[in-house]
Design a protein around this ligand. Structure first.
Ligand code: SAH
Length: 261
């Protein structure tokens, strides 16, 4: 369960925050940390702040894009203190934890994405997420320090996992959680689902195919795309498509393109 929860930090600029996040994660039983183009080195300050969580720091993965960081994930949750022009499904840390822990039953990682200390996540980055996690802080002073934000969210992940562990599951164990054991708790649809959720990579392939098709049939003007793609992404991202459903949609797009050569 918790071993499938990944923390993704986008362009973090303070090494102390990277170390602090490693410690916050390890305290709560998380260990999968990915940095997207960090704006700092993992130096002695990072190591000092990690204080005993140097194993998490040592195993950190560094990638060039958010896309790469979440490619294999079934669910992506973006943490942001700010509201957006096109609102994204908004969740508290508790609601996010229920969704995240439930999604780990599909054996795919779940990503929790945190933004830059200075400017947070961009709109484009948030449209890559299934949901917008907001810690309901003081509206007049809403932005938490990055480490504090990760701590709050990681704690909720652990609580949600412990709730399930009353069914005899080991929250810190390796992949011992399957759909059938989740039957009575966090099943999103009330039944064990018959298909695995699509990965973000599969969804991105579908979104590209959809965009190409919309341009091809003259529904979307690439010079004036308005907010069509973000709005369509929001439809599909909130419906939790499984692998078969993505294949069906791609089959339909293929036929549409065939009819509009
Ligand atoms: N000034 C930035 C905030 C940066 S805080 C902004 O305007 O967006 C660094 C990161 O911590 C944020 O990108 C977000 O991932 C997380 N964070 C801080 N406060 C948060 C809150 N109230 N809710 C959710 N995430 C928060």
């Amino acid at each position: 369960m918790l071993d499938l929860i990944r923390v993704v930090l986008v362009s973090t600029s303070h090494p102390g925050n990277v170390g602090g996040v490693a410690r916050a994660m390890k305290n709560m039983g998380l260990r999968d940390l990915v940095l997207v183009s960090p704006a700092c080195d993992i130096d002695e300050t990072a190591e000092a702040r990690a204080s005993g969580a140097d194993d998490v720091l040592k195993n950190v993965k560094i990638v060039a894009s958010m896309e790469e960081a979440v490619a294999d994930c079934a669910v992506v949750i973006g943490a942001s203190a700010r509201n957006r022009h096109i609102p994204w499904p908004l969740m508290t840390p508790r609601q996010s934890a229920a969704k995240a822990i439930e999604a780990t039953s599909h054996q795919n990682p779940v990503a929790l994405v945190f933004g830059r200390e200075s400017t947070g996540l961009t709109n484009e980055e948030l449209t890559r997420c299934n949901a917008h996690l907001h810690i309901p802080s003081n509206p007049e002073y809403s932005s938490l320090n990055l480490v504090a934000a990760v701590q709050v969210v990681a704690y909720e992940m652990r609580l949600a996992a412990l709730e399930l562990s009353s069914n005899g599951l080991n929250v810190d164990g390796q992949g011992d959680f399957d759909v059938s054991t989740a039957e009575n708790s966090h099943q999103r649809w009330g039944v064990p689902w018959d298909q695995s959720l699509a990965s973000q990579e599969e969804l991105e392939g579908f979104f590209e195919h959809l965009e190409e098709t919309l341009v091809n049939i003259d529904f979307m003007d690439p010079k004036n795309p308005k907010h069509l793609m973000p709005r369509l992404r929001r439809v599909f991202l909130r419906s939790a498509l499984d692998k078969t459903e993505v294949n069906i949609f791609r089959g339909i797009l293929k036929m549409v393109n065939k009819a509009h050569p």
